[in-house]
Structures are given as C-alpha cells and as structure tokens.
Design a protein. Structure first.
Length: 487
C-alpha cells in the first residue's frame, strides 16, 4: 500500500541534521522554513489514496503484495510508459510544476536502474542484486529518495584527486566489516533534506586513477555524519500564502550535503571504485531517460500554468484582444505545445531497453527536450514579464494592507481593472510575481537551466548519441548532385 501524508510527515522526525541560518532545524513539520512545503509533499502521498487519482498514481505489480506508486513501475509496453507519464502529470499539476524533485522523480530512475541491473556488474564489484533489492524496498515502503551526483564547484579544471584536499569531493576512505566509510561533499541536494534516502552517485566521466571517487550507493537521510547546509529559505521569508503563494508552499529546499565519515553497508552499494560502471549506470540504463521523462512532463505542466498566468494578466489589463498581445499569447501556446509534443513523442516512439527489460522513452527525442527546455524557460518568463508591465511591481507589501481599512480604501480605488476589484487583481499579480520575479522564481530559472547538468556536458553527449551521419549524408547527397560546370 502507498504511504499516507501522515506516514510521510512522521518519518521526518528522525533526528536528521539540517542547518539553516546558523541553527539546527529540530522538526521540519513545524519549522517556518519547511512546514508548508513538507505538507505539500504529504498532500501528494494523500492523493494516491483518493479514488479520483489512485488508479493513475498506483499500480499492482507482479511479485508485490500491495499496489505501489506508479513511478516504481518498470514499463513493459508503450501503454505502461504512457501510464507512467500520466501519473507524473497528475502529481506535477498538484504543484503547478514547481516541485521538480517530488518523490516520483528519483523513483522513476530507480526503476530505470532495475530495468537493466546487469550494467552494475563491474569487474571487481557486482551491485546488480543490491539494486534490485533497493528497488523493491523503495517501492514497498513508498520511500522518497533524493539524489546528489555533482561534486562541489571548487576547481572545475582539476580531477577529483587533484583538488586541494583529498576528500573535498566525496570518496571512499575506508573498507570496514560490513561496508565502506565515505567522506566529502556533493551539490546540490534538492529536496534531500525532505526525503527518506539519498542516492549518491557520479555522472562525471573519470579516469581509472580516480576510482576512490567512483561510487554509487544509497543512505538514509538520518545516517550519522550526513549533514545538510541549506540555502536561504523562501518559505520562511514568504510570510503568508496570499503574498507568496508558490514560495510559501513549494520551496523544495536545496542543500550542500556533507558526508562526514558516513558508514554505508555493502548491501546499499551499487557501484564501487569503478568509473566505467558509474558512468554507464545513467547512460546505458533507462535511468537518465526516466529523469527526462519526468522532468519533461513537469515542464509541460509548468508552461501550462505560466501560459495561464499570461492569459489572466492580459484579461485583467484588458489587453487580451489587442493583436500584439494575441501574438504573445500565441507564442506562449506554441512553446507550451512544443513541451507537450516532446513528451508525447518520446512516449509514442519508445524503444526497448538495451540489455534489459521493458521499454524506455525515445532517446533522441528525450535528448531534444533536455536541450530545448533550458532555452525555452527564460524566453517564457521574458515574454510574460513584457506582457505584465508594471503591475508586477505596483503591489502592496502585504495582504495586511487589504485588511487595514484606510489603505484598503486607497487600494480599492487605484489598484483595480475591469472585472477585478483590488483584492482579485493583487492576488493575481502577487501569484505572477512569485512565478516570474521573486527569489523563488529566480531559483526556478536557474533550476530549469541546470537541473539536468551543464550544457557543456549534455550538448556534446547529444552529438555522441545521435545519428549525425544521416544528416551529413543528406547534405552530402545535395552536394554530390551538382558540379563546377553544370551538366
Ligand atoms: C537549483 C538547482 C537544483 C539542482 N538539484 C540537483 C540535485 O538535486 N541533485 C544533483 O545531483 N544535481 C542537482 N543540480 C545540478 C547540479 O548540482 C549542477 O548545478 C549542474 O549539474 C551543473 O553543474 P555545476 O553547477 O557544477 O556547473 P559547472 O559544471 O561548473 O558549469 C558551470 C558553467 O561553467 C562553464 N564550464 C565549466 N566547466 C566547463 C568545461 N569543462 N567546458 C566548458 N565550460 C565549462 C560552463 O559555462 C558552465 O555552464 C541542481 C542544479 C540547480 C541549479
């Protein structure tokens, strides 16, 4: 059976070490920087029990006693892959696309690893059985896993072992009875402080000499030595939901995660001292494509939401029927439909998993989304800001002004539009500001550009994995069709 929101919230009270503003956070469920956002995640779990959503969000899998979250399913057919996409869509709509690392994100990658466990059979360590057991345990417990794959930005020109100290980047420092001890840090742990476990891995290609840094494993968030240093909280600064409706409820937190002599039992290790396996774990299984499938579906939802905001703003300003504004809305609709088309196309054109089980999203189309999403997002924000004008800024500082009779009277007179009294207009423009211009919005702009890595990594990878020869051959055929002297 899938968890309830209450089960999830209870599991957060386990002594995990989270640092914010120089203080240790004692209880996420009551702390002003986290309480509403963890409640939003609890609501996702509760959705899996609602008759309206449970069929889409859960699935009875062979070999499991109870239905599990759809995200853990290894899709065997195109229909099953589409069903997974539908589940991603329903959950993403609950946060309007602003919870990037909801529990289904990493769950889908774990299913991707489990679809091709043979990739984890390295020359000296075989993590395949551990991964299959991990997948089962995570699915049965309906657990929430985050991931930290990237080493801290210290000196990007140097290999892990060439950094100023040996264990700035996470590495194995000891083999002990029953497991290994790891030390070092990883960035950026989005939602890592809010989950049950963290998957630690590395996608960076490394030389065999860097084997100490080439690991993948999973540890409970509350493991001794796992320490989170959180970025500034947007939820804490938000104050009220009316003033910052997104920051206050969907701040999924990002943290530097320090692994300070953390013990990892062998059964939780998937790749050990093996740069090749670490690399292949993401690229030769459906795991990374599953990340993209999830991210692309959420992106589609987010563009639906943002386009909706643009439409409501244009209606509020009574500009909706002006031809140039129609062009702007048309552009936004076209971008939104591009985002949708990429999801539909990667599902419809799914491929068999090489050396594994089931089907995976179409690789070329998924990679197109990987490259286009980060370019599209700033354009969407820019277009809506142009449409909105000064209304995004001409807002009272707080909902309290609307409750203060004297100020409310002035706002009622001067902040309004046809069909919009001051409360309605202020409510809309505050939501728009939180999506487009607040600190939370700025973080989302950066998130959409980088959450699947840096362009200098994924763009060359697209060249490596695409049929570049077919394009060159077509251009070559044209060149071969004429000569210096016309025949
Ligand atoms: C809000 C947010 C949340 C994230 N959440 C997670 C998460 O939960 N888990 C996770 O694992 N990752 C997460 N990431 C992604 C990750 O942490 C990195 O930010 C991302 O992979 C980019 O790497 P980097 O920041 O180290 O950038 P770098 O690799 O340092 O690149 C930054 C820029 O430097 C230049 N550059 C650097 N090296 C080169 C080079 N060799 N050649 C050419 N140009 C270069 C490029 O201009 C590049 O765009 C998140 C990122 C963001 C922004």
């Amino acid at each position: 059976m899938t968890r309830t929101g209450k089960d999830y919230l209870q599991a957060l009270r386990d002594g995990r070490e989270i640092w914010l503003d120089g203080e240790r956070v004692e209880d996420l469920t009551t702390h002003p920087a986290f309480r509403r956002s963890v409640r939003s995640i609890a609501d996702l779990y509760d959705m899996t029990h609602e008759p309206l959503h449970s069929e889409a969000l859960t699935v009875a899998l062979q070999g499991f006693d109870e239905p599990v979250s759809r995200a853990y399913q290894i899709p065997l057919t195109r229909d099953e892959l589409r069903a997974k996409g539908k589940a991603f869509k329903q959950w993403s709509e609950a946060s309007f696309g602003f919870l990037g690392r909801s529990p289904d994100y990493m769950a889908s990658a774990v299913a991707g690893f489990a679809a091709a466990p043979g990739i984890l059979e390295g020359a000296s360590f075989d993590g395949s059985a551990n991964m299959l057991a991990h997948w089962r345990r995570m699915a049965e417990g309906d657990l929430y896993q985050a991931h930290t794959l990237v080493n801290p930005q210290i000196d990007r020109t140097k290999a892990p072992s060439e950094q100023e100290e040996d264990d700035l980047y996470l590495r194995v420092v000891q083999e002990r009875d029953g497991g290994i001890v790891v030390r070092g840090a990883k960035m950026i742990g989005t939602a890592a402080a809010l989950g049950d476990e963290i998957f630690v891995g590395v996608t960076q290609r490394m030389a065999p000499s860097e084997a100490d840094y080439a690991l993948s494993f999973s540890v409970p968030v509350s493991s001794p030595g796992v320490r989170f240093i959180s970025r500034a909280s947007y939820e804490a600064k938000a104050g009220s939901v009316f003033d910052y409706p997104l920051s206050s409820r969907f701040d999924e937190n990002d943290a530097l995660v320090v692994y300070d002599n953390v013990f990892v039992p062998w059964e939780r290790v998937f790749a050990y001292r093996d740069p090749e396996v670490c690399h292949h774990q993401f690229w030769k299984t459906p795991a990374f494509l599953s990340f993209i499938h999830h991210g692309a579906t959420r992106f589609w939802t987010k563009l639906e939401f943002l386009t909706g905001i643009a439409i409501l703003i244009a209606r509020a300003n009574n500009t909706y029927d002006l031809p140039p504004v129609r062009m702007q809305i048309g552009k936004l609709m076209a971008w939104l439909n591009t985002a949708k088309a990429l999801v539909v196309a990667m599902e419809e054109n799914c491929e068999p998993v090489p050396d594994g089980e089931g089907v995976m999203p179409n690789r070329e189309i998924a990679h197109a989304q990987l490259a286009i999403g980060p370019e599209l997002y700033p354009k969407v924000l820019n277009e809506i800001k142009l449409l909105a004008g000064g209304g995004l800024i001409q807002l009272p500082s707080s909902y309290r002004d609307l409750l203060q009779p004297e100020v409310a009277g002035l706002l009622g007179k001067y902040v309004r539009s046809p069909g919009h009294d001051s409360e309605r207009r202020i409510k809309l423009f505050k939501l728009a500001w939180d999506a487009l211009g607040s600190e939370f919005a700025g973080r989302h702009d950066q998130y959409e550009r980088f959450y699947h890595g840096s362009p200098h990594v994924y763009l060359p990878a697209i060249v490596r994995e695409s049929d570049t020869e077919a394009c060159a051959a077509l251009a070559g055929k044209c060149l071969d069709g004429y000569d210096l002297v016309e025949r």
